[in-house]
Ligand binder design. Sequence first.
Ligand SMILES: *[C@@H]1O[C@H](CO)[C@@H](O)[C@H](O)[C@H]1NC(C)=O
Ligand SMILES: *[C@@H]1O[C@H](CO)[C@@H](O)[C@H](O)[C@H]1NC(C)=O
Ligand SMILES: *[C@@H]1O[C@H](CO)[C@@H](O)[C@H](O)[C@H]1NC(C)=O
Ligand SMILES: *[C@@H]1O[C@H](CO)[C@@H](O)[C@H](O)[C@H]1NC(C)=O
Ligand SMILES: *[C@@H]1O[C@H](CO)[C@@H](O)[C@H](O)[C@H]1NC(C)=O
Ligand SMILES: *[C@@H]1O[C@H](CO)[C@@H](O)[C@H](O)[C@H]1NC(C)=O
Ligand SMILES: *[C@@H]1O[C@H](CO)[C@@H](O)[C@H](O)[C@H]1NC(C)=O
Ligand SMILES: *[C@@H]1O[C@H](CO)[C@@H](O)[C@H](O)[C@H]1NC(C)=O
Ligand SMILES: *[C@@H]1O[C@H](CO)[C@@H](O)[C@H](O)[C@H]1NC(C)=O
Length: 657
Amino acid sequence: MSSFKAIGLAAALLASSASAQTFQRLGACPTLGCVFPPDQADFLAGQFFDIRLEVHAPKNGSEAIGLPPDEKFTFTLAKGDEEPKPVTDFFGIEDAEVESWTFSWFEDLFARDAKQSTVVDVRAKAYRRLALYEPGEYTATLNYNNGSSTKATWLVRDLAEERKAKNIILFIGDGMTTNMITAARLIGHKSVNGKYQSKMQMDKFPVLGHQMTHSIDSFITDSANSASALYSGHKSSVNCLGVYADSSKSPFDDPKVETIAEIFHRLTGGHVGIVSTAFLADATPAGLTAHTRSRNEYGHVVDTFLNGVTNYTWTKWDGPDVLFGGGAEYFYSPALGGISYKNRTYYDEFAKRGYQVLQNRTSLMSAPNDERALGIFAVNNMAKWLDRNVYRDNLNQSLSPAGDKKPALDQPGLKDMTLKAIDILAERSGDKGWFLMSEAASIDKMMHVLDYDRALGELLELDDTIKATVNKLNETDTLKETLILVTADHGHGFDVMGSVDQRYLAAQNTDRKKRDAIGTYQNSGQSQYQNTGNLTYTDSNFPKTWDPRYTLFQGLMADPDRRENWAVHKDGPRKPAVEAEEDDYVVNPKDGKDGILLNGTLPVENDQGVHSLTDVPVFAMGPCQELFGGVYNSVDIFFSMAECFGLGRGTPPAETY
Ligand SMILES: *[C@@H]1O[C@H](CO)[C@@H](O)[C@H](O)[C@H]1NC(C)=O
Ligand SMILES: *[C@@H]1O[C@H](CO)[C@@H](O)[C@H](O)[C@H]1NC(C)=O
Ligand SMILES: *[C@@H]1O[C@H](CO)[C@@H](O)[C@H](O)[C@H]1NC(C)=O
Ligand SMILES: *[C@@H]1O[C@H](CO)[C@@H](O)[C@H](O)[C@H]1NC(C)=O
Ligand SMILES: *[C@@H]1O[C@H](CO)[C@@H](O)[C@H](O)[C@H]1NC(C)=O
Ligand SMILES: *[C@@H]1O[C@H](CO)[C@@H](O)[C@H](O)[C@H]1NC(C)=O
Ligand SMILES: *[C@@H]1O[C@H](CO)[C@@H](O)[C@H](O)[C@H]1NC(C)=O
Ligand SMILES: *[C@@H]1O[C@H](CO)[C@@H](O)[C@H](O)[C@H]1NC(C)=O
Ligand SMILES: *[C@@H]1O[C@H](CO)[C@@H](O)[C@H](O)[C@H]1NC(C)=O
């Protein structure tokens, strides 16, 4: 027995160093004893969180060491140098029941191909809705398997308590990088002899920082995971919203952490608004109130906006004042094809709770400012700036928010939604102040499908929105009491390398000769997007034409198969690849007329591009702007916002729910 155990342990050591890379038994838990929040977690004093403990007993696979599942593990906490106390004494709570389940995972690609999963037996406990009120370092220790232990060092940050900002507006350019901002400036602003004649609004912000976006258990993040980091100060795993990922089947029992919107509302009574050009149940808007391991629980996410976390007393809250975006299919009646949670008609559910329901720009603009508002303007993601303003024929699709299969022709843009959200929040919040998240979602969505022009159009719309916001706040004398942040949640490997002569490209017969159409260095010339065009919209900081003879030679670092012609897609968002066989995508034969066939580097199951590693910029203006300069982690944005709102106060709530 003991020799079996020794051999097993050696194998386990080997396996954990080899397998903890692309396939993981459970992220942030390389040993057989798991503590969530894990080692290195930071907390806001008084922030609610759950503890999840798991002890793993692999039944087979390279880590199997033949031990029975441990039911008697113990967990202690110690503040600083103090004696560790059992968790029950530390928080004055009852012990939790032992839960048990099994899960399986693949140790590597060979195991996946052979469909040979490893099975793990789990014993677990959860302690819910706890908080640490005193700043300082804590040591959490899980003792399991007769002598093994997992230690986690937690830090409750010591923050200034004085409130410096009445309001915070957090603009998120989903997937936006410095490279994209540079490209958008090139097409949206005129340059003469190397000098721009106008600036982007972002260029005028006094403070610039860089945030590192990586996840807790992988170096590339998704939007859910990074929304969790930005909103809660806790790094998490891909697809997680406001939770750490445990290994249980349920997507709803994972250990939760409280978000900035929830804490701000709970401690100060401040008002919250959520605006996005995506469907509202998408990760970036959802992350402010949802707590689930699976961002795809869309119907449930919509219910959380209204009713809070299901089956769980987290905080008493009647929901945000403003919710504007797309995603009508989660709101209209299932009789019309809606796919809502429990087959409810959420337009009615929101109306019953005092929300005015808005479904087009006209009614948005004339809506009263003293009532809460749900504005849903399209099925799925909202129309892109380029389609709303230049190629309007593309709006002729069955995407009406009423679910009546008519087109959604009267959609607002990010600017309309954001300015209206500010009006409503300002009117309703009085002295309490407000927090608004406004997301330009389709920078990311259009970069995914390699539709660079639409992505840059969305980015210029974001900048135009920021400009209008700064002017509006300045006019109403609220600029000095409002912190404005502009950042992203992750990047895409995008850049511009030169220009493409569209006429020459179309005239060549071979792909090798077509490559001569690409002009680099001095042959890139000047941007032609500001040349006298004949477009009818009046906003100044956009291109004057979208299809000049010399377009941008632009692209991503990692792609599916595609044909590139580097020309604007006039017929609607691009679809670069199509499915040839199940999970095997090849170039879309209808895409990229006259272009060059370029084979992808991504696994062939991808029909679009992917996120990248790059740090993303943070622009800050207003009270506490100085907290946002330099290079830091994504979670620091949460802590700096909390500090600016004076939420680092560390006193227990007067009321318990
Ligand atoms: C582990 O056991 C499961 C179920 O008994 C089996 O399907 C799987 O192939 C086994 N895996 C390995 C690595 O032996
Ligand atoms: C722990 O020790 C007990 C008593 O020696 C033994 O019965 C049990 O199998 C051990 N459990 C583990 C997980 O090693
Ligand atoms: C809530 O509890 C009910 C009854 O126990 C259960 O059926 C349901 O799955 C739970 N829902 C969530 C989201 O946890
Ligand atoms: C919702 O409606 C569908 C179709 O009528 C039905 O199959 C499903 O069981 C319903 N779900 C609930 C939770 O009532
Ligand atoms: C906009 O919405 C209002 C109220 O729902 C409706 O009366 C009006 O007809 C709509 N306008 C358009 C252009 O769809
Ligand atoms: C809108 O699309 C429908 C169906 O494709 C077509 O019949 C109709 O002519 C289009 N309308 C316009 C104004 O383009
Ligand atoms: C605010 O408005 C004042 C008065 O018009 C102007 O001088 C100032 O530059 C504006 N500030 C910003 C940041 O736009
Ligand atoms: C101006 O409009 C005409 C007709 O719609 C079009 O052919 C031409 O390309 C446009 N010119 C520019 C510079 O956008
Ligand atoms: C490139 O991809 C196409 C399918 O999109 C395929 O037919 C072709 O063989 C690929 N070429 C190479 C060199 O892999």
